[in-house]
Ligand binder design. Structure first.
Ligand code: ADP
Length: 570
């Protein structure tokens, strides 16, 4: 570009200079020759005049043949002599400009164009002493004619000059631009170029440094932001006013099911947020936020529930984009469902014994029962009431564990002596079924909440007796190591099938409903065990073979128990 401009400028200037030079030279030359001709005519007229005066008109007759026309005109304008034409054929010349002028002033010079513009005649008239006029004239080419004759050579010369100048200009322009082309803009200070460029190069260098610093700062900020957001469990998406994704974190991509190989930012191209999820609530929320409204919805993605909150980003009343936040509320949803189910189940479980009690009482009230049968009916009412009390007791326990706000403090508890205590309490129940109940192991101290640990182990032992065969066996083993403490409750009972093993810890789940009821089960025992264990941070294991028996294992971690152990030893 620059080379071209320099080339054109040099060529243009040369052309103009050429043109001007030639014109000036031509004009100077032409006026010089023009002046020369006039001078010659004048000189000749003056010589002739002297000769005429000295030697008479014979001089004219003796004039040598020449290119100049000599005319002698009488005072009245009659042509007396002409070396080109016969004077008789010539009309009176009194009206000719140069004659009139010469008559008045003594001499005159006139130029008249000939028939064509090609030639012009220059007349010089001189008044002789006797009043006659001597006129000498000569024809010459007009300036136009000379110029038109010179066009071709002029063009040739111009063309040749321009050719030479062109080569020269090309070379010069390349030479001027070359250092500019060779500038190393990556390292502006290292260039040795024109001095005039030094301030520019310094400025470029300074600007480059500023840009690098700014880029680095921006990159650092971006990395910090990405790091923070990537550690967030919540999904985060930033979109611009057109709905195109500006930034995301890992969680957002994961929960929206975007595969890592799917590039959502490719160069300047950014994916629209609606391509990530096309469900109606998602689109509606994005739509609302891009209109500047805050919006919330719940999305179901891959079996999990997410609360999607969308906040618009507004600057000067204009929506610039939006921030979309996704919070996993699956657990919340699940516990809500559980609670709903629990309430329904509780109502149902309470209703059955109450209906029985009400039924028996009604029969007695209406006098349909013989007096001798009343104790039996009263016994049934008592039984059902006991069930109700047990049920309500269990519900209270479960609710307390559920609340997670029990005010219990941990203490050093010897699991072995706790199990022995429980065995004592269950002794009569075991004996009534002819069950051999044994506690084995040794003193094992853990830091735990005694009341809840008691509840958990008691329930397991109670079940081991309840779901045992007559004359079966229950063995409680307490084992301790430096890392953990185990309480294992083994029975030789009916066992639990693999399918039921997964469900027995659910609230109100009973493998055989009528059998459980018959032996006074509420369906909440194992649920209390599960909640209690969770509260204590204890793991539950279950192994069981149908018809052979079950093994429930409680595992206490012991890393943090050292202070508790010391306490006990004191
Ligand atoms: P329930 O009050 O009916 O005993 P649980 O929650 O304690 O309720 O137990 C749930 C179900 O698990 C029981 O109905 C029973 O069928 C089964 N179960 C619990 N413990 C045992 C066991 N040791 N052996 C066999 N089945 C058991």
């Amino acid at each position: 570009m620059m080379t071209k401009r320099i080339f054109r400028a040099v060529l243009g200037i040369s052309f103009v200079a050429c043109l001007a030079g030639m014109s000036i030279a031509f004009t100077v030359l032409y006026s010089y020759f023009d002046g020369q001709l006039s001078k010659e005519l004048k000189n000749e007229a003056e010589y002739l005049a002297v000769s005429l005066e000295n030697y008479g008109t014979q001089v004219l007759e003796d004039l040598p043949e020449s290119s100049e026309r000599v005319t002698l005109i009488d005072t009245n304008g009659t042509v007396l002599f002409d070396n080109f034409f016969d004077p008789k054929t010539l009309d009176n010349h009194a009206d000719r400009e140069e004659i009139r002028q010469a008559m008045l002033t003594g001499s005159s010079k006139t130029v008249r164009n000939s028939d064509t513009f090609q030639k012009q005649t220059v007349y010089y008239a001189l008044r002789l002493d006797d009043g006659k006029i001597l006129r000498v004239s000569s024809t010459q080419y007009t300036i136009v004619a000379v110029m038109s004759g010179m066009v071709q050579p002029f063009l040739w010369i111009t063309f040749s000059i321009l050719m030479v100048v062109g080569l020269f200009a090309a070379h010069i322009s390349h030479k001027i631009v070359e250092p500019l082309n060779q500038l190393d803009l990556e390292h502006p200070e290292n260039n040795e170029s024109y001095d005039e460029l030094a301030p520019l190069l310094t400025k470029i260098s300074w600007q480059q440094r500023t840009i690098r610093e700014q880029l680095l700062a921006a990159k650092q900020k971006q990395e910090e932001f990405q790091m923070i957001t990537d550690y967030m469990q919540e999904g985060l998406l930033l979109i611009d006013s057109g709905g195109e994704i500006l930034s995301t974190n890992h969680s957002a991509l994961k929960l929206l099911g975007v595969k890592p190989e799917l590039q959502i930012f490719v160069g300047a191209h950014r994916e629209n947020v609606l391509t990530l999820n096309r469900t109606e609530p998602f689109c509606r929320t994005v739509d609302a936020v891009l209109k500047g409204k805050r919006a919330e919805t719940v999305l179901e993605l891959d079996g999990s529930y997410y609360q999607m909150s969308a906040n618009p980003v507004v600057t000067d009343g204009k929506v610039e984009g939006g921030v979309l936040l996704f919070v996993d509320i699956t657990q919340q949803k699940q516990s809500e469902t559980l609670r709903r189910e629990f309430t329904a189940n509780v109502s149902h479980e309470l209703k059955t014994p109450l209906t029985s009690i009400s039924g028996f009482a009604e029969i007695i009230k209406d006098g349909f029962v013989r007096p001798e049968d009343i104790p039996q009916f009263a016994g049934k009412i008592f039984e059902e009431s006991q069930r109700l009390i047990a049920l309500v007791g269990d519900i209270i326990k479960i609710s307390q564990l559920d609340e997670d706000t029990l005010p219990y403090e941990k203490e050093a508890v010897d699991l072995y002596s706790l199990c022995q205590e429980i065995a004592k309490r269950l002794q009569s129940a075991a004996e009534s079924k002819g069950i051999d109940f044994q506690v084995a192991g040794q003193s094992t101290i853990v830091s735990t909440v005694r009341k809840i640990a008691d509840e958990v182990i008691y329930n397991l032992c109670d079940n081991a007796i309840k779901y045992n065969r007559p004359n079966g066996k229950v063995e409680v083993a307490v084992v301790g190591s430096s890392q953990k403490a185990l309480v294992q409750v083994r029975d030789t009972g009916i066992g639990i099938s693999a399918v039921d093993q997964r469900r027995v810890f659910e609230r109100f789940y009973r493998v055989d409903k009528s059998h459980s009821k018959q032996i006074g089960g509420t369906g909440l025992g194992l649920s209390i065990v599960k909640h209690g264990a969770a509260y204590l941070g204890v793991q539950i294991g279950l192994e069981s073979t149908e018809g052979l028996g079950s093994i429930f294992t409680l595992t206490w971690p012991r890393e943090n128990d050292a202070p508790a152990l010391e306490m006990k030893q004191d």
